[in-house]
Design a protein around this ligand. Structure first.
Ligand SMILES: Cc1cc2nc3c(=O)[nH]c(=O)nc-3n(C[C@H](O)[C@H](O)[C@H](O)COP(=O)(O)O)c2cc1C
Length: 263
């Protein structure tokens, strides 16, 4: 795929390690996104996922380039805003999920049916999805599909250091913490020593200080480690192909078992 110019890539990586970038920051830096849209336009890309910013910034340009736009939301208000911006589908992500989260803290269990009942767009459920059982539940709650973050992070093919993957497999149901520190984005991360220091507002604890040392060096104290609560249900590193195949193949039997419980 066409790469962003090296100076833009360097800026994006250093910016992400230092602070949260808004879509507006990125748009300004990249000349109102035109270069970014041009870069993806040159490729046979049909769907673009946007998140953590104003969906109105990119949606029309991406539509003009013939792409479908799927926007990630963590609240009903954000879902309405995305629908008003003309996006084609939503990722509805609950607070169980790994990484940056809506400060509202809505769970998948509540947010997903709420958005499905109030907003007329196809939905991909995120936050807590890792297998056929969770995918079947998401379908019942109103989704057309699911997105897995933590499960894919702990796949054999994932590029992150094996130490990070093993920490996900080792995590129990107390293994993650939602960091909601004033002046920082709300994030769900592994409960590491650094996460405790950030939570205690230690001025020397940098949220995303050395993120590449974490991802590729496996130093779990170099940066907070974005990870979802579903890590407690992930017991093995699996090939992506197996995760997808078993999820797809098992949905119907989970729905049948649930139906049978009705008696
Ligand atoms: C390491 C990591 C990095 C992520 N980075 C992003 C990101 O840059 N943008 C985004 O919209 N979501 C990001 N997410 C969220 C995932 O796309 C996904 O929605 C979330 O992990 C779903 O919840 P789960 O972890 O329970 O599967 C990230 C998640 C993880 C674990």
């Amino acid at each position: 795929m066409t790469q962003l110019p090296i100076e833009d890539r360097a800026w994006l990586v250093s910016g992400l390690t230092l602070r949260v970038l808004t879509a507006k920051d990125i748009a300004e830096r990249l000349g109102c996104s035109l270069r970014l849209v041009r870069a993806i336009r040159a490729e046979p890309i049909t769907h673009v996922f946007t998140s953590a910013g104003d969906p109105a910034l990119f949606t029309a340009r991406l539509h003009d380039a013939g792409m479908k736009v799927v926007h990630v939301i963590g609240s009903l208000k954000a879902a309405h805003k995305a629908a008003d911006a003309g996006v084609d589908a939503l990722v509805v992500e609950g607070v169980e999920g790994g990484g940056f989260k809506s400060a509202l803290g809505a769970s998948t269990m509540v947010l997903l049916p709420l958005v499905a009942e109030r907003v007329n767009l196809p939905i991909i459920a995120a936050g807590g999805m890792c297998d056929a059982r969770s995918a079947a539940a998401a379908l019942v709650l109103g989704a057309e599909g699911v997105q897995m973050g933590t499960r894919m992070l702990a796949s054999l093919e994932s590029a992150v250091h094996v130490g990070f993957k093993e920490a996900i497999v080792a995590a129990d149901d107390a293994g993650t913490v939602l960091l909601d520190v004033p002046g920082n984005p709300t994030m769900r991360v592994l409960r590491t020593g650094l996460a405790a220091r950030v939570s205690a507002a230690d001025p020397d604890a940098r949220l995303l200080g050395q993120v590449t040392e974490l991802y590729f060096g496996g130093d779990m104290e170099a940066s907070v480690a974005n990870t979802g609560q579903v890590s407690s249900r992930i017991l093995d590193l699996l090939p992506v192909e197996q995760i997808v195949r078993e999820t797809w193949a098992g949905i119907e039997s989970h729905l049948d078992v649930a139906r049978a419980r009705l008696g």
